[in-house]
Design a protein. Structure first.
Lengths: 393, 344
């Protein structure tokens, strides 16, 4: 059973005569109107995460994204048909992925999970309320359907590009359906994200800056229950004798989380105990600290013991290292976002160069871990959504 | 003969000593357990509530045993709804102890002799491999405490009225044992007894298996007792237990409404925010302690069940008496890797 949530009902893979261009005015106009809806105070109050989405869709941002698609050495065209499979519960991802693809002039089918939450409904309502050129509804379609291999297979045959979010299991399941030889996948598999504090930078910062850092970090960690691919989990303390930094950081974190009124319920508290005890049982963690249900702190035996799976909301393994460069051997292709506080730009750049692309796609300050950008997971999305024609006279 | 004899103060003294020794016993023999205690900085306890507890779900994620591989006599498994399985390792001594103590517990209400037994279940269930571990093991375990067994349901799960009538004709005028899962007893015994005027007045019902399905039908534990009493079944005992503490069951007293702890076991109710022990009357997370687990560190377990202690030394039997109020929901991640499983 297919539910059409946006766009015209009917055969999703039937050929369409309409053609959009890269940066098509009708798309820009539509997205700008959607942005206005999402930035309305009533919406922002109910779903603060839609505010940053609205910001991302403002005309100035759209123009910037379009300009990134253009280039001197080739003519840029839409890639064609794009089939998006976004994750179920990070409501806003499907919009970022789809909007950039639409902006590139593609015909899109987005499969929205039946388990998607309230924010997704708000977005869909906004899309449907906006007065758009009819071409939008003919070329941009969002559907929800249950397990239907035949439909997934048909959409996979239809697509020039298939965008699979949602981790290793989703990528593997959807890859069972072959693409046409000319098509390809853009995959977003399971990721791990980290945080690091420079002990020297922390000690040099004034109390207000430290607090501001913790506020940013707490947004990164607690939004999406520390389960988004970009949510920091393990915190690396970079320097020597960092116990003072850790204890002040944890104290501030407890205070900020308490002030925000973020609660960790009993089920989550038990979940964290199960995971923390499990890490202790295997020897990965040598000390456990449960100052409150909202914050679980653990001491890792060694950097490679840092867990790469979700261990609950507000669960923070800590490990001390002498310098960022000491982390390089422990990083791998699964690692996505590395959020930081207190480092000099040169240190971060040296770290990135030492990683040499073998891991970590984003190095961002505390508070920006969840901020979506057109460069994501190591891909330049506007380029992924376009194709190039060269003309040599 | 009863295992419900010790007043709370006496019990706590005995249990604190025995359980503290068990902590040391398991710490010496189970390395993962020793690491957990070390990470928590545990040294000693001056009350049962201070003993280090393990979340019961750890037995699903880890192999926790305090015996060498070649002494494993039996591995018990429980299937959870999520497909994860607890694995409980018993050596010969632990297996014998759990059977003996379970027997002693039920004999506290059944008397020392084996009674004719009516099973409110279907024999076919034993063949269903999927449901066997949970339901079948419970039925088989309990069936050793009865004789002349009769199944009240036929192979299709329908009430076998002839079989029940035959059982009652033969055994109905002297005490007999009825065993079944609570919701099956409600669905298949209560209504049938009411509609067919069956005489269950000599029956002693022992039942377990959670109240969720009955709560959905707006049947409370006290409704359950009252309705069964209307059809003459006045001796009913619910019990609470889990495979992770095999052999230990908390049994409902004769006047109903409360579960009691056998002499070798106890419960603590914890506040899920402060993790401190709560006084009687305040609901929280149930922790169960028992001296039976010697081959695996299951002697102090934090369950994912909610409960409340109703009183201490003021009920049918000495010690604490309590109720189970329901289950804690499972925490779920809502992150990026949470994609639809139906997406195949």
């Amino acid at each position: 059973m297919i539910t059409f949530r946006f766009g015209l009902d009917g055969d999703l893979t039937a050929p369409v005569d309409d053609r959009l261009t890269v940066g098509d005015e009708r798309v820009v106009d539509f997205l700008a109107k959607v942005a206005r809806k999402l930035l309305a105070p009533a919406v922002a109050r109910r779903h603060p995460e839609l505010g940053s989405l609205g910001y991302f869709l403002r005309p100035a941002e759209l123009t910037r994204a379009v300009s990134r698609m253009r280039r001197e050495d080739a003519i840029v065209f839409p890639r064609g048909n794009v089939f998006h499979v976004p994750p179920a519960n990070v409501d806003t991802i499907f919009v970022y992925s789809w909007a950039l693809s639409a902006l590139a002039g593609n015909h899109n089918v987005v499969r929205i999970s039946s388990r998607s939450a309230a924010a997704a409904d708000t977005i869909l309502a906004a899309l449907n309320e906006v007065d758009a050129d009819p071409v939008i509804r003919r070329t941009q379609r969002m559907v929800t359907y249950g397990r239907d291999d035949a439909l997934t297979a048909a959409l996979s045959q239809w697509a020039d590009l298939r965008v699979i979010w949602g981790g290793d299991a989703a990528v593997e399941a959807i890859r069972k359906h072959p693409l046409r030889p000319s098509a390809r996948d853009l995959t977003f598999p399971d990721r791990t994200s980290w945080a690091a504090i420079s002990a020297a930078g922390w000690r040099a910062a004034d109390p207000a800056a430290r607090r501001e850092a913790v506020v940013g970090f707490s947004n990164d960690a607690y939004w999406f229950d520390q389960a988004a691919c970009s949510s920091p989990r393990t915190v690396f303390l970079v320097g020597t004798d960092t116990a003072d930094v850790r204890s002040e950081f944890v104290e501030l974190l407890l205070d900020v989380v308490d002030q925000r009124g973020w609660q960790v319920d009993a089920a989550m508290a038990v979940e964290k105990r199960v995971n923390a005890y499990g890490l202790a049982a295997t020897g990965a963690v040598t000390a456990l600290d449960f100052p409150a249900n909202s914050v679980t702190a653990m001491s890792l035996a060694a950097v490679p013991d840092a867990p790469r799976r979700w261990i609950g909301a507000g669960a923070f393994p800590f490990a001390e290292v002498g310098s960022l460069l000491d982390l390089v051997p422990a990083m791998n292709r699964q690692d996505q976002t590395f959020s930081h506080f207190g480092f000099a730009p040169a240190e971060l750049r040296a770290f990135a160069l030492a990683l040499a692309g073998r891991g970590v796609d984003r190095i961002v300050p505390f508070g920006s871990a969840l901020t979506f950008s057109a460069i994501w997971d190591g891909y330049d999305l506007p380029h992924e959504f376009t194709r190039l024609t060269t003309v040599a006279p | 003969m009863s295992v419900f004899t010790l007043p709370q103060a006496v019990k706590e003294e005995v249990l604190l000593k025995d359980l503290s020794e068990l902590v040391d016993h398991h710490r010496d023999r189970c390395e993962p357990y020793a690491r957990i205690l070390a990470a928590n900085g545990y040294s000693s306890a001056s009350s049962i509530a201070e003993l280090p507890w393990l979340p019961v779900r750890l037995f699903k994620n880890l192999e926790l045993k305090s015996i060498p591989d070649d002494e494993v006599f039996k591995v018990l498994t429980s299937s959870g709804t999520t497909g994860e399985v607890s694995r409980i390792y018993l050596d010969k001594a632990a297996a014998a102890t759990q059977t003996r103590q379970l027997g002693a517990t039920v004999q506290s209400v059944l008397g020392p002799k084996r009674l004719p037994m009516l099973l409110i279940d279907t024999k076919a269930m034993l063949k269903d491999r999927r449901s066997f571990s949970a339901r079948g093991a419970g039925v088989l375990g309990m069936s050793t405490f009865g004789r002349d067994h009769v199944w009240a349901l036929d192979n299709d799960g329908h009430v076998d009225l002839d079989a029940i009538r035959g059982f009652l004709a033969k055994h109905g005028d002297a005490p007999f044992l009825i065993f079944g899962f609570t919701y099956l007893v409600w669905l298949h015994l209560y209504e049938v007894a009411r509609d067919n005027g069956l005489d269950l007045s000599q029956g002693i019902l022992i039942h377990s298996g959670g109240w969720k399905k009955l709560v959905d039908q707006a049947v409370s534990p006290s409704d359950f007792r009252a309705r069964l009493a209307e059809v003459g079944l006045v001796n009913t005992h619910n019990f609470y237990g889990m495979v992770e503490q095999i052999g230990t069951i908390f049994l409902e007293g004769p006047s109903g409404g409360s579960l009691y702890c056998p002499d070798f076991a106890d419960v603590i109710v914890r506040d899920p925010v402060t993790w401190r022990e709560l006084p009687p009357g305040e609901p929280g997370l149930l922790e169960v302690v028992s001296t039976l687990p010697t081959s695996y560190p299951g002697h102090v377990l934090l369950t994912e069940d909610l409960g409340v202690v109703h009183g201490i030394d003021d009920g049918d039997w000495p010690g604490k008496h309590f109720s189970v109020l329901g289950r804690l929901p499972r925490a779920e991640a809502r992150g990026c890797s949470d994609t639809y499983r139906e997406a195949a």
